[in-house]
Design a protein around this ligand. Structure first.
Ligand SMILES: Cc1cc2nc3c(=O)[nH]c(=O)nc-3n(C[C@H](O)[C@H](O)[C@H](O)COP(=O)(O)O)c2cc1C
Length: 184
């Protein structure tokens, strides 16, 4: 198996990080991989917003917990089962913003940007977790204010979050869904 196929086969979702800061050059390589992703008609309707301030990520974690505790007990149970932290002690986080314009799905482009970044991270032995649950941070008036703080350009919406850090949880990749492959 070549290195690319090995990285794809071995990547897994990490849900427990050491909290040690991710090296700047590693984050730069990860974001560069994202920026190299193909997009529909090379439209590049995405922004990769990087946060590498662990204290700020912990603050966002607390904000998410407060929202889930009051509004979503099911999500809170899942978080408790996974160690009690909504953002798993990540030391870096990316918010991917996309612009929903034109005939092609910006979320599809966003997914490819994300996949490039998590594969790049894995190849550097940096753990990652694609995180849609952080969508709650963008809800309501507080969410609109948060979007401003993150400097989303006008017309851009939240697509997904991605967490990064050095793993304490060395998960295993899921079995490939080969039963979903249909040969005619
Ligand atoms: C779009 C998307 C959103 C996800 N959101 C979350 C999330 O909010 N929290 C979480 O712990 N994992 C999240 N995951 C990780 C999935 O649960 C994980 O990829 C899946 O269970 C397969 O496991 P694997 O990545 O280890 O192969 C998300 C994955 C994707 C692709």
């Amino acid at each position: 198996m070549n290195e690319t196929l090995k990285t794809i086969a071995e990547r897994y979702t990490c849900r427990s990080f050491t909290g040690t800061p991710v090296k700047r050059e590693e984050l730069e390589a990860i974001t560069l991989a994202g920026a190299q992703a193909p997009t529909a008609a090379n439209s590049q309707r995405f922004r990769i917003i990087v946060i590498d301030n662990k204290d700020y990520i912990d603050e966002l974690d607390a904000r998410m917990i407060a929202i889930f505790e009051s509004q979503n007990p099911g999500a809170m149970d899942r978080i408790r089962d996974r160690g009690g932290k909504a953002l798993y002690n990540a030391s870096a986080m990316i918010f991917l913003a996309v612009e929903h314009s034109g005939p092609w799905s910006a979320d599809l482009d966003g997914g490819i940007v994300i996949q490039n970044m998590v594969l790049a991270a894995h190849s550097l032995e940096v753990g990652s977790c694609i995180n849609a649950m952080c969508r709650v941070l963008f809800e309501g008036e507080a969410g609109a204010e948060f979007k401003k703080q993150l400097q989303f350009p006008d017309g851009f919406d939240f697509c997904c979050g991605i967490l990064f850090g050095y793993p304490t949880d060395f998960g295993r990749p899921h079995a490939p869904a080969t039963d979903k492959i249909i040969w005619l």
